[in-house]
Structure formats: structure tokens, C-alpha cells
Design a protein around this ligand. Structure first.
Ligand code: AMP
Ligand code: MN
Ligand code: MN
Length: 317
């Protein structure tokens, strides 16, 4: 299946774009690339992009200052484009504008996506929403700035081309984007690998507290609100920790919890084993991919981790 973004947007007068809550690199990259494509080639269209506050490291992207805080609004767009979201809940307050839009397009790569729009371009096996957005654009019309946002999403969701969602097609797309003259070493260093001093410290704290379960096949840790305050970091600064845990030798599943509000924790899970974490996440009202999924839990973190471990252990072959 393939869509052409030009065919879908060309006759519209108003377009809204939204991505998921707590936006990551793929979400920010896909939203801004679609926004900038429409702005550049369809100046007559009134287009708004809605995203929660993005991490500072992504603010260099073209027109990131145009992003609007998602609001529950009665506005009716001719088209609403939902990017990198497996379900409507993940759009946050923008969900209402999506539902009310005359036409709804969803571009996504989550296994748990149930095709909830009018036009669904969902390929669960794909590296990133940005790769799908790349496929849907006219390659000749991809500017250096648009290429930068697309490349950003691909490197973030593939862990810089190391996860098994990286396909031949991903490398071809990345090569073509490099051909657009992007500054890829800077992009990779400054948005993927670099951490602030405080982020390094809080990562150290999470690694220090980590425990092994299931004979070392599962590793888990957590960070509380008190610890976030101590290191002066916000939830959005903790996104690299679960992949640090994932790198532990012999651990096949990594679980990381951080406290969103008192007694409620966001769970990030990653697998190197052949296991479907999206299914586990779905049972808890979350979702994701087979090897990277998220959901929320309530209660004491140690007990919550034990519960998740008990659920995952029998799934390990
Ligand atoms: P995270 O652990 O937050 O980095 O998320 C891993 C993957 O699962 C990402 O592709 C997320 O978009 C997805 N994901 C995380 N949390 C949820 C959730 N509550 N519902 C649906 N998908 C989620
Ligand atoms: Mn995402
Ligand atoms: Mn994604």
C-alpha cells in the first residue's frame, strides 16, 4: 500500500496535524516534515500543527516555533493528519479535532494501531512514521529542512539503524535523505547521543537502582518524582534510560518506570528477545511495537515491576 500526500492535501483549504503525547523524535520529525511540506508547496492552505512542548534538542527544526499546544477545540478541519499515534487517545486533547475533521488520515507504524482514520497508511513492520511519510512525499520536493526532520525520526526509532525495524528500504530512504545535504553527524550527536549533565546523573541513578529478574533475562528500574526533582529533570528527559538498560548483556527485556504523578508510573519496555511487548502493553491500555512498547501502571513501583515481570517471564522462550 502507498499513499500520495500531494493527492490527499491538494484540494483542502484547512488542515490540522497532530502527533502523540510526550512526543519523541519520530513524532516531532513526522509532524514538522508534513507541516513544512504543506507550508512550502501549498501556501494557500491554512495548516496548523499541534504537539505538546517538544524537547529543546528538537527546537532547531524548521518552524518548530509554529507548533501549537493541543487543545480540545470545536474547530472543524477539512483534513486532520494524525502521525505516529496508535490510537486516538494518544493524540491527547487534539483527538476532538481529529474526530470532527471532514477527512482523517493516519500515518503510523505501531503494531497496536487499529486503523481508526478514513485513510490509513499503517505499516507495522516499518522503521518509523518518518519513513512512511518519506514514501508518501514527492521525493523531488523534499527540501534539506524536510529531509532533516525525516532523517531525525528514522534515527530515533531505529536507535541509529541498530534495531531490527531497520530494513533495506530504511537505508535507501536514509541515503536519499543524506543526498539532500543534511548535517547528519550533528543531528545524530546532538539529538540522539548527547545528554545534559543532569540527564547523565539521573541515568546513573536508574542504572544503580536496576535489578535483575528471571535469572537475569529481565532488567528493571524506576525513577520517582522526588528523584526527578533532585536531578532537576522532567519526564521527557528520561527517554534514553530504557535503552541503556536494554544494552545489559544477557538481559532480553528491559523495563523502566517513571512517575508521572503520585502513584502513577509510565512504563517503557524494550526487548531483544522474540516477544510481543505491544500485546503486553495493550492489556494495560497502552500499545507500541513488538520490541518497544509503553503503558501506565498504578501503585508502588517495586510491586508494579514484579507484576510486569510475572507477566513477561512466561513469554520468554
Ligand atoms: P516509549 O517506551 O514511551 O518510548 O514507547 C515505546 C513505543 O510504544 C513507542 O512507539 C510509543 O509510541 C509506544 N507507546 C508508548 N506508550 C504508549 C501508550 N500508552 N499507548 C500506546 N502506545 C504507546
Ligand atoms: Mn513515537
Ligand atoms: Mn514512531
Amino acid at each position: 500500500m502507498q499513499i500520495r500526500l500531494d493527492d490527499i492535501v491538494k484540494d483542502k483549504k484547512t488542515i490540522g496535524i497532530g502527533g502523540h503525547i510526550r512526543p519523541d523524535g519520530d513524532c516531532v520529525g513526522s509532524v514538522l516534515s508534513v507541516y513544512n511540506y504543506i507550508k512550502t508547496y501549498y501556501p494557500e492552505i491554512s495548516v496548523d500543527a499541534y504537539l505538546e512542548t517538544i524537547p529543546n534538542k528538537f527546537k532547531f527544526l524548521m518552524n518548530s516555533a509554529d507548533l501549537k499546544e493541543p487543545v480540545e477545540s470545536d474547530k472543524v478541519y477539512d483534513l486532520f493528519i494524525c502521525l505516529d499515534c496508535s490510537d486516538i487517545k494518544r493524540l491527547g486533547p487534539s483527538g476532538k479535532m481529529f474526530e470532527n475533521a471532514k477527512k482523517r488520515l493516519c500515518i503510523d507504524h505501531h503494531l497496536s494501531n487499529e486503523s481508526f482514520a478514513d485513510i490509513n497508511y499503517i505499516i507495522p513492520d516499518e522503521s518509523s512514521t518518518c519513513e512512511l511519510v518519506f514514501n508518501s512525499m514527492d521525493e523531488d520536493k523534499i527540501t534539506t529542512d524536510i529531509a532533516t526532520s525525516l532523517y531525525l525520526g528514522i534515527i530515533h526509532d531505529t536507535g541509529v539503524f541498530r534495531y531490527d525495524c531497520t530494513h533495506f528500504s530504511t537505508m535507501v530512504a536514509a541515503g536519499k535523505l543524506m543526498g539532500k545535504g543534511i548535517n547528519f553527524p550533528k543531528l545524530i550527536d546532538e539529538t540522539f547521543y548527547q545528554k545534559t549533565f543532569n540527564q547523565n546523573k539521573v541515568t546513573g541513578c536508574a542504572l544503580e537502582k536496576a535489578k535483575l529478574y528471571a535469572d537475569g533475562r529481565i532488567i528493571a528500574s524506576y525513577i520517582t518524582m522526588e528523584e526527578m526533582a533532585k536531578y532537576d529533570v522532567l519526564p521527557r528527559h528520561l527517554d534514553g534510560i530504557v535503552s541503556e538498560l536494554r544494552d545489559t548483556k544477557d538481559a532480553e527485556v528491559a523495563i523502566f518506570l517513571y512517575e508521572l504523578e503520585k502513584g502513577s508510573f509510565k512504563v517503557s519496555s524494550r526487548a531483544t528477545a522474540d516477544i510481543n511487548l505491544a500485546e503486553v502493553a495493550s492489556r494495560h491500555g497502552g500499545g507500541g511495537h513488538a520490541k518497544a512498547a509503553g503503558f501506565e501502571v498504578f501503585g508502588e513501583p517495586e510491586a508494579a515491576i514484579q507484576g510486569i515481570v510475572d507477566e513477561i517471564t512466561p513469554l520468554l522462550i
